[in-house]
Design a protein around this ligand. Structure first.
Ligand SMILES: [Mg+2]
Length: 156
């Protein structure tokens, strides 16, 4: 199972009226409620994280691991999407991943605030959990993400 994870508008809520607070490592603080929601998805599904955020190339995977850990998020595995040097849209980056990199039949969920992802083809869009940029990931959206990841897990 895989979570395609954005950060701005998901873990860092975008308040235009408030300047972001940074941690010692120079990266913004995360929303406590959104961290809790993401950590619940991770512990209930044991999914890996694939960073799609525009910040993805700023740090190596090991540094991302530390950065997330110091904010209360521990994932079994963390990967980054290939750096986006051509500045393609998030939608096209995700399409490229889907067509060329995805492990067939692996369940995935896309957690992002980019409304252009509503234009993804229906079979991909059904794995999308869209956040409100000023709020970020919530508990209700975490439930949605968990049920997307577990849609093929049968309970008896
Ligand atoms: Mg975003």
């Amino acid at each position: 199972m895989l979570i395609l994870l954005d950060i701005d508008g998901v873990l860092v809520s975008a308040n235009s009226w408030k300047k972001p607070e940074f941690m010692e490592d120079g990266f913004p603080m995360f929303n406590a409620r959104s961290v809790k929601a993401l950590q619940r998805i991770l512990s209930e599904t044991n999914a890996s994280v694939l960073l799609t955020t525009s910040h993805k190339s700023k740090y190596k995977v090991a540094q991302w691991k530390d950065l997330l850990k110091s904010r209360g998020i521990s994932a079994k595995k963390i990967h980054r999407l290939t750096s986006n040097s051509l500045q393609t849209s998030r939608k096209d980056e995700i399409l490229q991943w889907y067509n060329h990199k995805r492990i067939p039949n692996e369940e995935f969920v896309i957690i992002d605030d980019d409304k252009m992802l509503n234009d993804l083809p229906e079979n991909i869009k059904q794995n999308l959990v869209l956040t409100t940029p000023s709020v970020g990931l919530t508990d209700d959206l975490a439930d949605e993400a968990i049920s997307i990841l577990q849609k093929n897990v049968y309970h008896y």
